[in-house]
Design a protein around this ligand. Structure first.
Ligand code: ZN
Length: 249
């Protein structure tokens, strides 16, 4: 743990940002969260944010005192950018590339920039995001070099040493489940399955082993494949450790 550092986690209420929030709570003495409401499909995901934060505090007493304020910014102007009236032929290209047609190009640059301004005012110096090159190489604003360049630009722009941390950057989805398991064991993964939301369609009517979702959209497919991959990899090391711990005198 690095008690001197204070973090702001980009927290959507999805699987990846929840794993990042758990990671931050393990590593930093004070952790706040920020979410962005831009009036699209993720209204369901945003509703999960409060539930996930509360569940983390209830399930992990060591983390509870480190979990600070939540900030929800209204970025409804992004809805104007993703509006189909502004998209023309690009909309079809995006859909063919497997991106949702609500995709906002470069949005992570915007999110981190807003996060940096909030972090500055709140005295936080680490920005944490769940971006990953492994599964979403189609998103150039998720790439490691993009975010390293942004870290430099933001630090210069607010004249404060800000660090962007992306603990999931080189993990695939199966490794992301293993990552959260290593942080919080089966309890954390059960919490992620039950309370986080990833489905593009906002479906919370269908419950699968890997959580709620339509089961068909690209986000559901990715989450399902990752979960199955993690389970297929067998009992992870943490489970053996837990059992040994229980059996010890
Ligand atoms: Zn889905």
């Amino acid at each position: 743990m690095t008690p001197a550092r204070r973090a702001l986690v980009l927290f959507s209420g999805g699987q990846d940002s929840t794993a990042c929030l758990a990671w931050a709570l393990e590593h930093f003495a004070h952790v706040e969260t920020i979410g962005f409401d831009y009036g699209q499909r993720h209204a369901v995901e945003l509703a999960c944010r409060t539930t996930v934060r509360q569940a983390l505090a209830d399930t992990f007493p060591d983390w509870a005192p480190r979990l600070g304020d939540d900030h929800l910014l209204d970025l409804s102007l992004l809805g104007q950018i993703s509006d189909t009236a502004l998209t023309s032929t690009r909309a079809l290209e995006m859909t063919q590339a497997g991106l949702p047609n609500t995709f906002v190009p470069g949005r992570n640059l915007l999110f981190f920039t807003f996060a940096a301004t909030v972090a500055y005012r709140r005295g936080l110096d680490v920005l944490v995001g769940g971006m990953c090159e492994t599964d979403f190489s189609g998103y150039p604003d998720c790439r490691d070099n993009t975010l390293k360049a942004l870290q430099v630009a933001l630090s210069l722009g607010v004249d404060t040493k800000l660090t962007i941390e992306t603990p999931l950057m080189w993990l695939d989805k199966a490794q992301t489940w293993a990552f959260s398991a290593a942080l919080g064991g089966e309890a954390l993964n059960a919490l992620i399955v039950e309370h986080t939301h990833t489905c593009y369609l906002g479906d919370r009517a269908q419950r699968h082993a890997w959580g709620y979702g339509c089961g068909q959209c690209p986000a559901c497919a990715l989450r399902r494949r990752g979960y199955k991959g993690w389970r297929a990899a067998g009992e992870p090391a943490f489970a053996d450790t837990d059992r040994l711990g229980l059996e010890a005198p």
